[in-house]
Design a protein around this ligand. Sequence first.
Ligand code: ZN
Ligand code: ZN
Length: 435
Amino acid sequence: MNISTRKRTGVTMSGLAAAAVFGLYLATAAAPSVSTAYAEAAPELSPVKARARDTYYPNTEDLTPDEMRVIACGTGMPTTRMKQAAACFLVELGNGDKFLFDAGSGSAERISALQIPYNYLDKIFIGHLHSDHFGAVPEYWIGGALMGRNQPLRIWGPSGRIPELGTAAAMDAMQQMFLWDITGRVGNVDPRGYKLEVNEFDYKGENQVVYDENGVVIRSFPAIHAIDGSVSYTLEWNGLKFVFSSDTYPNQWFNKYAKDADLAIHECFIAVPDIVNKLGFTPESALLVGTQIHTAPEAFGKVMSEVKPRMAIAYHFFKDFDTTAQVYKRIRKTYDGPLSLAEDFMVWNVTKDGIRERMAVVEESTWSPPTTRPNVAPSKDDRGKFAKMKGLPVEAIGYSDFIANGKWNVDDVLRPIYQEASEAVGREFPYPSDK
Ligand SMILES: [Zn+2]
Ligand SMILES: [Zn+2]
């Protein structure tokens, strides 16, 4: 729209006033900073032109080369519910890289709703090994591979005080737990996505670099939560800094290494009275869990007053009409800076110029988009290779005669499906029992 168009529509306005209104309108449309200041004039409205969006619709917005987009894909508690999955934050960068920080139970459904091809979702950074922070890893691993991530899933996570309590041991045990699952897929699908690349690092490392690729540097530092072996992360790219606490009691490392953050995400627990009244904890247990294992709202505020991020983000509480006021009121006793109380599908677009906070609106029936790297067909050798790698008898991969002999012969209706595919693709797909 320009001035002449406006004159044609009969709206008159001095150039100066128009510029002021346009300036405000454009600023709102592009990337408004989160601010409590009132706008000085209402933005121009039109009955036929779209207004600035205050909602994020997945797969409808490009990221600019200097922009970071963060989406909350889980902000709740170990008991996941329709409204809130457990901890998971997606970071998308203008260079094309995407990272998951924590992969809590229930978060994979949120990720699927964002319409991102799964082969872009191959990097997960785990803060600690509570189920509400890594419980969805099997879904990203197996479901992600099936939905097109035809490259290994890369996992980063801390060591434990003893090897048995570290990320590598947990991932080994997970692969053992899912041995039947993976064995049953060998020879049927592209096998490449079922590999895991596990990067375990020292949980005591202070501001240690755990990832440095493509201009993105991710560092870890210790967190204090439950037992040794919890960490927090910073991600720095292009002059922007994202910080994720995972779970922690307030600690000196976060105060030090989260400084200068654009987004500082820190856990914040439900207020103690609500832990007693709504979760049914005893007061003794609520005080311990709500103030000593986790970060109480008052303590969250104190941390953020020390760190002074451009935006402080609190998560890890059931965010409801009857819990949020308590959390907010208690944070505000100790912190008066920019604040988001996170819930699932909250979105932050971050540039040097502003931080824009919105909610995503998602479509439940979305499928993940097709892979951007072609899949390869399974090979006859896959089962032999897998059996050797796992030390399994190759005949265990497949059906015994006992089970195979229980099949009811429906070849007459399946054979035409092979013929149909052969004609459609222009290549012969022999029917299995004819090979
Ligand atoms: Zn935890
Ligand atoms: Zn937790």
